[in-house]
Design a protein around this ligand. Structure first.
Ligand SMILES: NC(=O)c1ccc[n+]([C@@H]2O[C@H](COP(=O)([O-])OP(=O)(O)OC[C@H]3O[C@@H](n4cnc5c(N)ncnc54)[C@H](OP(=O)(O)O)[C@@H]3O)[C@@H](O)[C@H]2O)c1
Length: 319
């Protein structure tokens, strides 16, 4: 495993990291969670991503229980969580980044995770109804109280991120240092053109998500929806449509020979494609089985094998 700086920050993250979305609680229980996290850690992964909203808090609980069983030294790993959607259906605790929600919710997350602090705390989405300054000050206070070490944004527009950084600089507050955007062969606009200035001018880091487009970029949906896949999980019917879209499946089929030419599985090829982008700090992977995780960890071996011919062929497929 190699490690990259989180943008300009001093912190280093493993090139591949592990997230818990959909999988923890919905697909795996405590034993499989421990097995997945242990296999990732043994492969050199030092960063584990979570969110308050994942399985309505149960994902944080599972990760916390797994960390207690695993007993790793706290300095050897990083944990993140994300706030925005909220767990309670009332105006001040749902779809918001207001001060009250942020200050109160971090305590709930820490309690579920069984941690004194998270290493990274993300604003899971932007909240156009709360002034950015209110959010920046609340995140600064959370960092000052030692409940998060760094903070960042997820799926914010570049202009809002720039505003948050400038507000923080103007008032000498802790700035956001990292964005968590989607980035895979299908979804690259925001991570690419829109965020260019953030990398260049602010050294913003990135923990990119859904590198396999929820499994589509493994080729496993070419013959329908496997019963044990996330597209078959109750409540994720909306994903099924994306994962069985004929046009997308045709692109996936066209990628197969390119991966084969490289000697990689399609999953490894797709992960390595993300990793070759220098603005990626870490690619957040997901896995519901340890065999998937082991296959995915080997993606790092293919990062240097994207020849101009292969890159041209990819561009033609996605033009
Ligand atoms: N900030 C945000 O808004 C946001 C949004 C989404 C995700 N995230 C983060 O990013 C992490 C990764 O996202 P993701 O889970 O969507 O990643 P992904 O890599 O696109 O999808 C992972 C899923 O693909 C399948 N898979 C993985 N490796 C495979 C392999 N080698 N062969 C066959 N199938 C394989 C598994 O699903 P099956 O169970 O179907 O096999 C696995 O759970 C999340 O856990 C979360 O931490 C953040």
């Amino acid at each position: 495993m190699k490690y990259r700086h989180l943008g300009k920050a001093g912190l280093q993250v493993s090139e591949l990291s592990l997230g818990s979305w959909v999988t923890f609680h919905n697909q795996v229980g405590i034993d499989a969670t421990v097995e997945l996290m242990a296999a990732a850690y043994d492969a050199g992964v030092n960063f584990f991503d979570n969110a308050e909203i994942y399985a309505n808090g149960k994902s944080e609980e599972l990760m916390g229980a797994a960390l207690r069983k695993l007993g790793w030294r706290r300095g050897s790993y990083l944990v993140s969580t994300k706030l925005y959607w909220g767990l309670h259906d009332n105006p001040n605790e749902k779809n918001t980044l207001n001060r009250k929600y942020l200050i109160e919710s971090i305590d709930g997350s820490l309690q579920r995770l069984g941690l004194d602090y998270v290493d990274l705390l993300f604003c899971h989405r932007a909240d156009p109804t709360t002034p950015i300054e209110e959010t920046v000050r609340a995140m600064h206070n959370i960092v000052e109280r030692g409940k998060a070490l760094y903070w960042g944004t997820s799926e914010w527009e570049a202009t809002d991120i720039q505003s948050a950084i400038e507000i923080a600089e103007r008032h000498h507050l802790h700035k956001p240092v990292v964005e968590q955007p989607v980035f895979n062969l299908f979804e690259r606009h925001r991570f690419g053109p829109e965020y260019q200035r953030l990398y260049k001018e602010y050294g913003y880091g990135s923990t990119t998500w859904s590198p396999l487009a929820s499994g589509l970029l493994t080729g496993k949906y070419s013959t329908g929806v496997p019963e044990d896949s996330r597209a078959a999980v109750a409540g994720y019917g909306w994903l099924r449509e994306q994962l069985t879209d004929a046009k997308r499946l045709a692109k996936v089929a066209a990628l197969q020979p390119l991966a084969k030419q490289m000697g990689a599985s399609l999953a490894q090829f797709s992960l390595a494609w993300c990793l070759q982008n220098p603005h990626v700090s870490t690619v957040l992977t997901g896995a519901s089985r340890v065999e998937q995780l082991r296959e995915n960890m080997q993606a790092i071996e293919f990062v240097d094998r994207f020849t101009p011919d292969i890159t041209d062929a990819i561009d033609k497929i996605f033009r």
